[in-house]
Every structure is written in structure tokens, then in C-alpha cells.
Design a protein around this ligand. Structure first.
Ligand code: 8YV
Length: 320
């Protein structure tokens, strides 16, 4: 059997299916990584990775017979793709199959943050309704949605947002001439022209800290920040300060810098919607992602082209 190294937690339905055809070596939390690698490294031909945990250059280069890294995620910032591709190692990810669910969560966030849904629920549950009415919220109709990164997910959110009557604009390193949305040359310009700023670009070095204090300032005191992409794209301390000082009105966040740790300041805020990185977490989508990981590995080891390779890097994009 072909040997795979598993570096990220994966759903049992996937590992159980793979275990029928491959020998999987558990490297998720190894107590003694060097001893394990001394024993198995020369046998490893594939790595099983995830969106939050993938192999770094050291590990990739330690595995002399490595051929493929299959990530159970659309985002591949946790894997050192440049190091892998430099060695001719194929990297695959899971685009398309999760787009709908991630876009659904982003749209839900836009509605939740605007209509103060989390806050309203807490208001009722804590008995406050018996003493009075909830404060009024803001309609989404006619509001300006700025999308950072108009890739598959950004576009899917735009389609949903159009139906809800939002006006859509975006900023991407590539202008999308084929789409009827206004493109802003800089993120700052987009933030200034937005009531709601959605982060939908890819993570990694190219986008780290892109949403900084100046962008939040430009979004303004009635602005909302929504992030369903990657935590580090937002300067998290700057976000906390902006929320504390009322420089923006609220946020809805599925991803965090340093997750699963979430700053206590955010947890304490009424005007912030928080979920534990669940955008793709439906049974249907996770199954489809798992099937794609399986099919990519199967294709590769059957000598066929993989289905969803990560494109050659070195030219970072904003379109996961
Ligand atoms: C992953 C994600 O499922 O696809 C991504 O990039 O962030 C999630 O959908 C999660 O990171 C597990 O690998």
C-alpha cells in the first residue's frame, strides 16, 4: 500500500475510506516527530493536509519521495505551496464544492450583523423583552457591499446580495471586466465607498494585515466588517480597537488570527457575530470535499492528471 502522512485533523469518513487503500501515518500531533519521520519519511508519497494545518518547507523537503499534497480545503495558505512546487510536488485543494455554503454563511452574516439578529436573540433569552423593545436595526436594501477578492466565493456572495437589494463593488488585483460590479483600484477606496466590507480573498503572506486600521477608519462608524476567509487578512488588534472606539459599527467573523483562540474583547461585544470557522461545515459539503481529496489522490496514483491542482504560485492572487 502507498504511504500517506496525515498532518491535519480530517473527518473519519475520509480517513476510513482512504485507510482501505493507503497506509496513513498520523502526524497531526506527534509526540516525537523526529523519531516518527526517521522511521517513515522515505516511504511517504503523499500528505493529507487541511486549511488550517499543512506542511511547511522543512517537512516537505524531509520527504524525499513525496509526490502529492492533498488539502481538505479551498485555501492553501497553511501549506508551503512554493516549496512543494519547487520540488515538483503536486498540491491539490477543494474549490467549487464549498463555494455555495461559504457564500451562504457570508450572506447570513451580512443579514445578522445588519439586523442585529444575535443581539436580538440574546435580548429575548435574557428576559429583556419583558422590560421593553429591542433597539432598531439597519435594512440591507440599498446598502453598499464592498467585496475584497472577487473569486468564486466573492462572486457567489455578490449574486446572493443582489437578490437582497445591496449595491455591489469590489477590489481585486485582477479587474473582472466581465462582471457588472464597480471595481475600486485600492482597498481604501473600496472601504470608503462601502457600508459593509466582506473579506473574500485568499490568505497567506500576500494578504496578511490587508484590512488595517486605515481601512477600518475608511469603512466608517456605520460600517460593518464581515470575514469568512482567513483571520490574518484582518489586523485583529486594530479591529478590536476600531470596534471599541466606535470607528466601525460591528463585525461578523468566522475566522480569527490565532484560532481557535478568540480575543475576550470580541466575545464581550454585543455588536459582533462570532462563529467557529464553520463556513464549509455542512455534511453535504464536507462529504464533497472529502470525495475530492480522495479522487485527487486516486487520479494521481493511477497515473492520471489530478482534478483540482493548486495553480503554480509565485503570482499570488485574490481569488480563492
Ligand atoms: C476547511 C477552509 O474545511 O476550505 C477552507 O479553506 O477554511 C475550511 O473550509 C477547514 O479549514 C478544514 O480543513
Amino acid at each position: 500500500m502507498i504511504d500517506l502522512l496525515q498532518v491535519s485533523v480530517l473527518p473519519p469518513f475520509l480517513t476510513e475510506r482512504l485507510a482501505k487503500e493507503y497506509t496513513i501515518h498520523d502526524f497531526v500531533n506527534p509526540t516525537d516527530p523526529d523519531t516518527l519521520l526517521d522511521e517513515v519519511a522515505p516511504k511517504i508519497r503523499g500528505i493529507l493536509a487541511g486549511g488550517m494545518k499543512g506542511p511547511n518547507a522543512n517537512l516537505i523537503n524531509r520527504l524525499e519521495n513525496l509526490e502529492i499534497i492533498a488539502s481538505f480545503s479551498v485555501g492553501y495558505d497553511a501549506t508551503d505551496v512554493v516549496a512543494a512546487q519547487a520540488r515538483g510536488v503536486i498540491v491539490t485543494h477543494t474549490p467549487e464544492v464549498l463555494t455555495g455554503d461559504v457564500a451562504d454563511l457570508a450572506m447570513t452574516f451580512i443579514l445578522m450583523a445588519s439586523r442585529r439578529i444575535g443581539e436580538s436573540e440574546r435580548f429575548l433569552r435574557s428576559g429583556k423583552w419583558l422590560q421593553g423593545r429591542m433597539d432598531l436595526a439597519t435594512t440591507v436594501r440599498g446598502r453598499r457591499l464592498g467585496i475584497l477578492g472577487l473569486g468564486r466565493i466573492g462572486r457567489a456572495v455578490a449574486r446572493r446580495a443582489e437578490i437582497f437589494g445591496l449595491n455591489i463593488a469590489y477590489h481585486d488585483i485582477k479587474p473582472m471586466g466581465d462582471l457588472p460590479y464597480r471595481s475600486y483600484p485600492t482597498l481604501l477606496d473600496l472601504a470608503e465607498a462601502s457600508d459593509i466590507l466582506l473579506v473574500a480573498c485568499e490568505g497567506g503572506d500576500a494578504t496578511r494585515g490587508l484590512v488595517d486600521a486605515a481601512v477600518l477608519e475608511a469603512l466608517g462608524p456605520s460600517g460593518l466588517l464581515v470575514n469568512t476567509a482567513r483571520g490574518p487578512i484582518v489586523d485583529q488588534p486594530a479591529l478590536v480597537t476600531a470596534l471599541q472606539d466606535g470607528r466601525i459599527a460591528g463585525a461578523a467573523l468566522d475566522v480569527f488570527d490565532g484560532e481557535p483562540n478568540v480575543p475576550a474583547e470580541l466575545i464581550a461585544m454585543e455588536n459582533v457575530v462570532l462563529t467557529p470557522h464553520i463556513a464549509s461545515s455542512t455534511n453535504e459539503t464536507r462529504r464533497a470535499m472529502g470525495d475530492l481529496v480522495y479522487d485527487n489522490l486516486r487520479a494521481h496514483f493511477d497515473g492520471k492528471p489530478v482534478l483540482t491542482p493548486v495553480p503554480p504560485q509565485g503570482n499570488p492572487g485574490m481569488t480563492p
